[in-house]
Design a protein around this ligand. Structure first.
Ligand code: NAD
Length: 392
């Protein structure tokens, strides 16, 4: 296939695996990027168009994200190529997920641990784990899926760990700029898992939500949007654009509105060459993965906008995965997300200031050092083991 143009480097990828199942028609991809710190962790996305390149890029992001959160996991990602009719049909979807699970059982959970991603959630993780046979094969499982009765249970991503982490990262960023959170205005692109919880916690802390978007458009009210009514409107009508009072604007206009804080929580490249100069926020906290390129971050940094990179701000999901893997309760999980995301945001901003660079450059320095160190340690122990076997 022509799509595979992976650039191999010192970090990986370690394994690029393609699988298929004749009976169901399932075709799947697993990329294990780097396992120096532990088994590769990353979600399983199910789309008609997922490619090896896409899975690899996402696996690399996971290598950095798990290193930033300082977890005993490496980076990986999986993709199941599935037509839309399979994704919509529960029976067929289950067959695909279970065929994929069986096909990668030889390496999962030893070197790969699954998680939800695009078009997969807690139910799909149940199917995946049932086909694998090990409770540890995936995280983001339903809360009733326990290793022993009532103990070591699933922690679904639906609990909102990522949005909760984005909220804590925002607090640290505002503190750095010496801006009290109470009264600051903010706008959120996307009102899904990440956007809803980021907005919920920020409004509860006294920040003022002034704009929100979803796939149908954007609603703006400079005096503030009531979070609870907004949530109700979204649930009942399917879109935030039905919220009143407020003006309804095209979705992309959100990035140009007057708001102190901007939280992209939906699409890649949402901030781009076309709108970067029009961004008016003082702080941007990247809830989505890759909501802008490093080049756009450079432009914003030069203008004095504080941008917290995705793999620092949105690590709540993978921290929750770790908590689940270790058999912790949801309460313990939330405490861990708060502690780790705050610590990592602070560390990133401190190093960025010290080196006079943008936060992403500082964060990259931190994670590359951590992964290199783990790789050196692994190499030393592999050399020791082979020497021992030579002398035995
Ligand atoms: P989701 O599917 O729950 O929600 C996505 C939201 O984006 C929906 O409200 C949808 O209406 C909205 N949307 C779609 N098209 C849009 C458009 N053109 N303009 C504005 N909004 C639009 O997804 P999610 O889980 O909240 O993930 C959002 C982003 O965060 C993705 O980039 C994802 O990779 C990233 N992320 C998610 C998690 C997690 O735990 N859920 C963790 C890390 C990163």
């Amino acid at each position: 296939m022509a799509e595979d143009s992976i650039q191999y480097d010192e970090f990986g990828p370690e394994k690029v695996i393609r699988v298929s199942d004749r009976k169901t028609g399932m075709r799947g991809i697993l990329v294990i990027d780097n396992t120096a710190k532990g088994p590769g962790k990353g979600g399983i996305r199910m789309t008609p168009t997922v490619t090896v390149d896409e899975v690899f890029r996402l696996a690399r992001v996971m290598t950095w994200k798990t290193a930033m959160a300082d977890l005993p996991f490496g980076g990986a990602k999986a993709g199941i190529i599935a037509p839309s009719d399979v994704i919509k049909d529960k029976t067929k979807k289950k067959e695909f997920i279970q065929a994929f699970s069986r096909a990668i059982k030889f390496i999962c959970p030893k070197l790969y641990i699954g998680a939800p991603d695009v078009n997969t959630g807690e139910e799909e993780m149940r199917w995946f784990v049932e086909a694998n046979g090990s409770w540890k094969a995936a995280t983001g499982k339903p809360a009733d899926m326990c290793a022993s009765p009532g103990k070591k249970c699933g922690i679904p991503h639906e609990y909102g760990s990522t949005g909760f982490g984005v909220y804590h990262s925002t607090i640290v960023a505002a503190e750095r700029l010496k801006l009290p959170l109470k009264g600051l205005t903010f706008a959120v692109e996307g009102f899904g898992n990440v956007g809803v919880f980021a907005a919920k916690y920020l409004t509860e802390a006294g920040a003022k939500l002034v704009a929100v978007s979803d796939s149908k458009g954007c609603v703006y009210n400079k005096d503030s949007i009531d979070f609870k009514s907004l949530e109700k409107v979204k649930k009942e009508t399917g879109s935030v654009t039905n919220y009143k009072p407020g003006s309804v604007l095209p979705g992309p206009d959100l990035f140009e509105l007057e708001a102190d804080i901007l939280i992209p929580a939906a699409l890649p490249d949402a901030i781009n060459r076309g709108n970067v100069e029009k961004v008016r926020a003082k702080i941007i906290v990247e809830g989505a993965n890759i909501p802008m390129t490093a080049e756009m971050e450079d432009i914003l940094h030069a203008r004095g906008v504080l941008v917290i990179p995705d793999f620092v701000a949105n690590a709540g999901g993978v921290i929750s995965s770790y908590a689940e893997y270790r058999g912790k309760s949801p309460e313990e999980m939330f405490k861990l997300v708060e502690k780790k995301v705050r610590k990592n945001t602070k560390q990133t901003l401190t190093l960025a200031k010290k080196n006079g660079v943008k936060p992403r450059d500082a964060a990259m320095q931190i994670v590359m050092e951590r992964v290199r160190k783990a790789m050196e340690k692994r190499n030393r122990s592999t050399t020791r083991c082979s020497l021992q076997s030579v002398f035995l």
